[in-house]
Design a protein around this ligand. Sequence first.
Ligand SMILES: [Zn+2]
Length: 353
Amino acid sequence: MKNSIFFNLIAAIVFMLGFAACQKDELDPAAVYFSDAELAEINDNTCLTVIPDDLATTFDETPPTEGIEERATGMKNKFWPTGGTIRVKFLNGSAYLQNKVMQYAEQWEQNANINLVKVTSGNSEIRVNFSSEGNFSVLGTDAQAVSQSQKTMNLALTDNSSEAIIRRKALHEFGHAIGLTHEHQSPLANIPWNVPAVYTFYEQIGWTQQKVDQQILTKKTWAQTQHTDYDQQSIMQYPVAAQLTTNGFSITESTQLSTTDKNFIGRIYSNQKIKVRHAANTTYAITFWLYGIYHTIQPGESMWVPAKTSGNQLSIWECIGNNCAWDGYAPPYGYNYKIVSQGSNGNLTLAYD
Ligand SMILES: [Zn+2]
């Protein structure tokens, strides 16, 4: 909030100066330079989580998004088993701080069928360290590959951190820990980035252009994620300053789970699912939408996906020649399904499996 007021003020000054001096649309690079104190604050509040890019892109059409209300983004195949127990061990920190972080982490648990349990000895899935090293977390089940002697999450928090900052960092990093990626990198994110300004901004906290590309500008692919439409209110969204976009668009930092964060995690970590299999005669991945979430499946792949117990609407993105559109179905709950080719012109259809 403090930053956004500052950003708006600077943006207004830059606008006036720019208008008087050169009447160009280009952003004055001075708009994105900050004092050491401001940089320290930005650095302290920036999530450094690196989202793995280990799945190939096989889907390059962009389905339309009209009429979709639900939004959030998770990395496919990184979620923990539904109903499972995830043990959380703190490597340091006061009892006060540990309890605060755990209290906020449990907001995820309250919305999803997972059990976050604090342990003080033995093995654990999530290991939390407090230090000024920055904020980051290993993504979802990738934590299983981390040695038990190593942290999987770092939080730049102290006993003096404000309630809102503890809440934001705990909710955001635990979002990563249960499989969520950054919302500004959703396949459907539509932030009008001013790329040179973004590079200049993050350069000041030591990020290379390559790192900015990886962490900020590059969207995840449809095949990498299970996601809904783009949710600016998500706890997994970075704040976006107006001078980092081409048209003054900005996003204020969230410190709470959004309605869609709760709905999405609840559906992903639920046993109320139907199975859908890619059985079409194509070498391409297929994207379909069901119960507010887009899923992309590879040839031969099956997925259990969240569904309502009645009244399901399932849409398959299909292209016949250059003509692409959503093809809608109403599959009853309680059955398995397959997507198959109908003829050889690219027409797909949903069938019982
Ligand atoms: Zn993050």
